[in-house]
Every structure is written in C-alpha cells, then in structure tokens.
Design a protein around this ligand. Structure first.
Ligand code: C2E
Ligand code: CA
Ligand code: CA
Length: 656
C-alpha cells in the first residue's frame, strides 16, 4: 500500500510544499519555451525529409497544428515568467503540465510513427533518431517536474520500443535497446536530480527561515534596547541618539530646534497611595497623551521614571517654542485614571533651544534640565524656557564651584557672631558663629550659598575644621561663662575623620568645651542615627553641649529628641516670622517650650526681629532669644563693644 502510494507520489505535484512548487514553476518558465522550440524545429526537419513521399496531412497539416500548439504553450510560459503566481495557481499550472505532457508526447510520437512507412531506410532511421533524441531532450527540459518527465518517458519510450522493436531492421532494433538503456540511466539521474533540487529548495527555505528568525531576534533586541516597554515610547538611549541626529541635521541646514524635558508632579503620590499598577497606568496614559502630538516634527520619549523628553524640529521660532511648551503642559494637566481614581497630575516642562542655549546634545539637555528644575521650584505644572538669566545663574554657580575648589579656607572665610540673650535678666549668654566667604570675584557669600557647594565638592570637612579653629580662636576673648555656638553640617557628622579633627581642635582650644554648643539639624539624623549618637556621645564626654537647630521644620520628631537627648532646642525662625499671623505657629512654639521644660532642656528661639515678636514669645514662655532685635551677626572685633553696650529690650506682658 505504502509502495503504491510512493509510486503515485512520483507523479504528483508537491502541493504541501509551496517553496518547491514555486521553484519548479520558475524552472519550467525558463526550460519549457526551449522544449517547445526544440519540438517545433525537430518536427519541421522530420516533415521536410518526408515532403513529397508522405501525404500533406502528415507533412504539413498535422506537424503545423502540433507546432502551433507548441508555440502557444511556449508563449504562455514566456508570459508566465514575468507574472508571479499564487501557490494555488502554480499547483494548477504544474498539474496541467503533467497532464498535457504525455498527451503531447503521444501526439508527436504517433505522428512520427505514421511517417515511418513512407520513407526509405535513411528516412526511417531519421524517424527513429528524431523520436529518441527528442524524447531525451524533452526529459531533460522537464527534469524539475518529475511527474511530467516520467509520464513522457512512459508515453513515448514504451510505444517507441514496441513499434521499432518489431521492425526487421537490426540497426533500428539496436537503437531501441540504446534508448531503453539511456532511458533507465536518465530515470535514475532524474530521480537523483529531482531529490537534490527538492533538498536545495528546502534548505534554502530553512536558510530564509533562519535568517527571518535572526532578523526577528535582532528586531526584538532593537526594541528592548530602544523602546520603553511600559509606554512603548522610545527610551532615553533612543532619545539621545535621535537628539544627536537632529542636531547634526539642524546644524547642516542652519535650522533651530528645541528640547523639552518633562517631569510629572503628583506621580509619586499616585504610586504611594494607589500602588504601582496604578502608577504604571498613569505613565501609560501620559505616554498616550504625548504620543498624540508625535509626528515628523516632534519626537517623544520616556527618559525613565516619570520623566519624558520631546524634540521639537522644523526650525521653531522662540515664540513657537514658548507656545509649544505651554501646550505641552496643558495637555498633561490632569485628571488621570478616570473613573476609578481621578488623579490630579500635571507635568512641569523645561525647554532649551538650539543654537541659542547650547550647541551640543549634552549642553541642551543640561539647560532644559535646569529650566525644568526652575519650573518645579517656582511654577509647577507650567513650562519654563531657558533664559539668559538662567545662564547667568549657572555661570555664577560654576564660578563659585571653581572658586570653592581652589579656595584658601583659612584666608578667604571669616566668622560673623550673633548674640543670644536671656530676655528676662538682660544677660547676653553667648554668640553663634556664622560663616562668611569673601569669595574672589563673587563678593561676600552667605553660608546658604557656599555650604551646599562645599558639601557637594567634598570640601566641607576641611572647611568646618578651618571655621571651627577660627571661631574658637576668636571666641577666646569672650569672658566665661559666655558660650560660643558653632554649626555642623550633616556631612561632618557622617565623616569620622572630620569628627576626630573637631575633637582635636576643641581639645587644644583655649575655650573650655563646656562653653561650646554644637548645633546640628535633623537632616543629620536621617542618615545613620547610630553613628551620629556615637559621635555626639564622644563630644558630650568632653563637656561639649549639643543643640538641635531649626526645630519644627522638616523632619522634627519626638523620637529624635528622645534618642539624641540634646542639651538645647532651637525653635526655627520661620515660626517667629508667623507668630502674629498664625495660631498654629504660636501653638507649636508653646508646645516646644513645654516639651523643653518637661525634658529639662534649654530652649532658644531664633530670628526675633521686633519687640512685638519678643513680647509674644515671652508670653509663650520663651526666655532665651536670638535675632536682629538683639544684634545682627557682627565681626569678631565688634563683640567686645557689643558686650560693653549690651542693652536687652525689656519685654512687656503681651496678650496672645
Ligand atoms: P542658622 O543656624 O539657622 O543660622 C541663623 C541664620 O539666621 C543666620 O543666617 C543668621 O544671619 C540669620 N538670622 C539671625 N537673626 C535673624 C533675624 O532676626 N531675622 C532673619 N531673617 N534672619 C536672622 P546665615 O548666617 O545666613 O546662616 C544661614 C545658615 O547657614 C545657618 O542657619 C546655618 O545653618 C548655616 N551656617 C552658618 N554658619 C555655618 C558654619 O560655619 N558651618 C555650617 N555647616 N553651617 C553654617
Ligand atoms: Ca544655627
Ligand atoms: Ca536655625
């Protein structure tokens, strides 16, 4: 059964293998016109040799009809070569060819055999030769369509052998044997060749499939490397590459270009309150809103977290950039995640333009980032365009950075001293040392400007040491028991070598450690509480006292007071500024004063500027105060005069 099926399969078109079918069709398109041409020419030659001897129906009408049929088929195949065929069409054509081949073979063979009786011995040989040579060449031409080649062999060689095998001519009989032998050889060759051809087609298909797989993997890699998987927008890497590309194009065309960086306001709240899934959906919605404006002149990307970037191409004018920024923020303004959550989120944007604000991708990025930072600080949910004012601030800040790197810490910095007083007894209790920097090229700078710079550039340790040494040297003129207060940076507390140096400076100073207050604020505690406790413990062992500065702002917590056990708490000046206007400020001051009295801590309130404030504070229970009302920060040399003239305003009872 399987043998029979295998045998039948030899004559079938491999319809389940479209690649093989298409390859067969392509091969036939090239070979069959040649086959039909050979048939026509050979038939013409055979007809000519029998002209006159055989009737016209055999020498003219029949061969001309057969030849016309051949030419029609040849023309069909030539046309087919230039027209792609569907798989069904190709299968249909191949099946038709398989069916037509034996019919034509029998037709030509019958015609040739019918000429045989009319010719002489040579002409008879010609008939036999014609049939043999023509069938061989036709089998060759059909080598890629095995079924057709086999059927042709059977349809021509079998009748040929029977017809000529019974002739009395031994030469012709020998020719029959020759043809049968050659036919066997050819069938063998045909079988092998067809198998090789099918293998070749299959391996080519596998190669294509492998190539397609490689391409798919490389597309996937490209996708992973360049596309943000959540929003399906280009990612940071793609954005930067695109920016480089667009900058090169803009510089070539002398065109302008703008970069916008966007940061969401309110995203963190959604993430914290509603979970990461909601956060992800929010980001996807933002991505969709931005994608809606993307086009040939606008590229959009997610740069990471809740940060997005946009490139505005097409030579935009400054007015267009401003309008674009405005439109961008309007689009991003909430609400999101409706109807379940209805999150009110907006996006701040910073924009910078090429070539005005920067000529390289990194310069533009930096400027846009600066504008974004400024938007977030001052105009949340709005767009800020980088301006010459920003440029001046950046330049100044980089000059300050530069100056800090090379600063002469002992020579350029000096200390101002501000008194703190006990209001009831009119006594000056001591001075707080406040650092100042006579910065070359920048004038006098306050600590709010330069302390963060020193921290960032890691010069805070040496600076603190230089300032403390100077403060203790200058405070040596203060009579006991006046105290000297000095501010430490949170970074100092986290640096064991700085703290060791500080202990060394205090130990060798002529001011007794028991007269020294070190002021720290709560940011120090947020780092490594254990280490801070240990560091402060060592100082306390020397007799130094610790003040918790800026109390009430930021992260004030009772657990800090409990664990740190400071000697003094300093109520932040922001409460004093609001003391008249705000009930809450008064309540907080009263609570802290009560807390200090319960825990037996000293309490000082800073930033007292007016007598009215001083009266209210006194009524709230504050005894020790610091502020412009009692004395502005002064040079070291001015302290002695201040002490001589010290007049502390008498507080009157105040109704709160
Ligand atoms: P702070 O410790 O809160 O210092 C008090 C600040 O309030 C000082 O500003 C002082 O000039 C200002 N001030 C005093 N009285 C009044 C007043 O009545 N009204 C107003 N509006 N302000 C008043 P300054 O000198 O600019 O110092 C700012 C901050 O810099 C200080 O805040 C302190 O945290 C830090 N700082 C000062 N000197 C040093 C230092 O040597 N090292 C470290 N690490 N930080 C320092
Ligand atoms: Ca202070
Ligand atoms: Ca303070």
């Amino acid at each position: 059964m399987t043998r029979l099926r295998k045998l039948v399969a030899l004559f079938l078109v491999p319809a389940d293998n479209p690649d093989l079918v298409q390859s067969q069709l392509a091969a036939l398109c090239k070979q069959l016109p040649l086959l039909y041409l050979l048939l026509t020419m050979n038939a013409a030659l055979l007809a000519i040799t029998h002209m006159g001897s055989a009737p016209p129906v055999l020498t003219i009408y029949l061969p001309v009809s057969l030849s016309l049929l051949c030419l029609v088929r040849a023309a069909h195949w030539v046309r087919q070569a230039s027209e792609p065929a569907s798989n069904e069409e190709a299968v249909r054509l191949l099946r038709l060819t398989i069916r037509l081949t034996p019919v034509m073979g029998v037709g030509f063979a019958a015609w040739a055999c019918s000429l045989y009786p009319y010719g002489d011995a040579y002409a008879r040989c010609h008939v036999a030769f014609y049939m043999a040579i023509t069938v061989i060449s036709c089998i060759f031409c059909l080598i890629h369509l095995r079924g057709a080649a086999l059927l042709l062999t059977i349809a021509v060689v079998v009748p040929f052998s029977l017809f000529f095998g019974f002739s009395q001519n031994p030469a012709i009989q020998a020719m029959v044997i020759n043809l049968i032998l050659v036919t066997f050889g050819m069938i063998y060759m045909l079988q092998r060749n067809y198998a090789d051809f099918a293998d070749l087609v299959n391996s080519r298909r596998e190669l294509f499939e492998r190539q397609a797989e490689t391409q798919r993997l490389s597309d996937e890699n490209f996708q992973i490397a360049n596309i943000d998987s959540l929003t399906q927008l280009p990612n940071r890497r793609r954005f930067l590459a695109e920016l480089d590309l667009q900058l090169a194009a803009a510089s070539q065309q002398g065109a302008r270009l703008a970069v916008a960086l966007i940061d969401l306001d309110g995203f963190k709240g959604v993430n914290d309150m509603h979970g990461h899934a909601a956060g992800d959906r929010l980001l996807t919605e933002v991505g969709d809103r931005l994608r809606a404006i993307a086009g040939p002149a606008i590229s959009v990307a997610r740069l990471g977290g809740d940060e997005f970037g946009v490139i505005l191409k097409g030579n935009p004018s400054p007015a267009t950039v401003a309008a674009f920024g405005h439109d961008l923020c309007a689009r991003l303004r909430g609400p999101y995640l409706r109807p379940e959550i209805d999150a009110e989120v907006c996006g701040s944007a910073g924009l910078a333009a090429y070539p005005d604000d920067g000529e390289t991708a990194s310069a533009l990025f930096e400027r846009a980032d600066y504008a974004l930072y400024s938007a977030k600080e001052t105009r949340s949910g709005e767009a800020v365009i980088f301006s010459p004012t920003h440029e001046a601030v950046i330049r100044r800040s980089s000059q300050i950075d530069q100056a800090m790197r090379h600063a002469d810490l002992a020579g350029e910095f000096w200390m101002a001293y501000q008194p703190f007083v006990e209001v009831g007894s009119h006594r000056v209790l001591g001075f707080e040392a406040l650092a100042r920097w006579a910065c070359p090229g920048q004038g006098q700078l306050g600590p709010d400007v330069f302390i963060p710079v020193a921290e960032r550039l890691r010069r805070i340790g040496p600076l603190t040491e230089a300032l403390l040494a100077r403060a203790l040297r200058e405070a040596a003129v203060l009579p006991a028991p006046l105290r000297i207060a000095f501010n430490l940076s949170a970074r100092d507390l986290a640096a064991p070598e700085t703290m060791a140096a500080i202990r060394g400076i205090i130990a060798t100073s002529s001011v007794a450690p028991s007269r020294i207050d070190l002021e720290i604020n709560e940011t120090a505690m947020l780092r490594d509480f254990g280490q801070v406790e240990e560091t402060l413990g060592l100082l306390r062992q020397m007799g130094v006292r610790i003040t918790l500065d800026d109390f009430g702002t930021g992260f004030s917590s009772l657990s800090h007071v409990h664990r740190l056990k400071p000697d003094k708490i300093k109520i932040d000046r922001s409460f004093v500024a609001e003391i008249h206007a705000s009930h809450a400020a008064r309540d907080i001051v009263r609570t802290v004063v009560d807390l200090c009295s319960t825990l037996r801590l000293d309490c000082v309130v800073e930033g007292v500027e007016t007598e009215a404030q001083s009266r209210v504070l006194t009524a709230l229970g504050c005894r020790v105060m610091q502020g412009y009302l009692f004395g502005r920060p002064m040079h070291a040399a001015a302290m002695a005069r201040y002490l001589a003239d010290a007049k502390v305003p008498e507080p009157r009872a105040a109704a709160i």
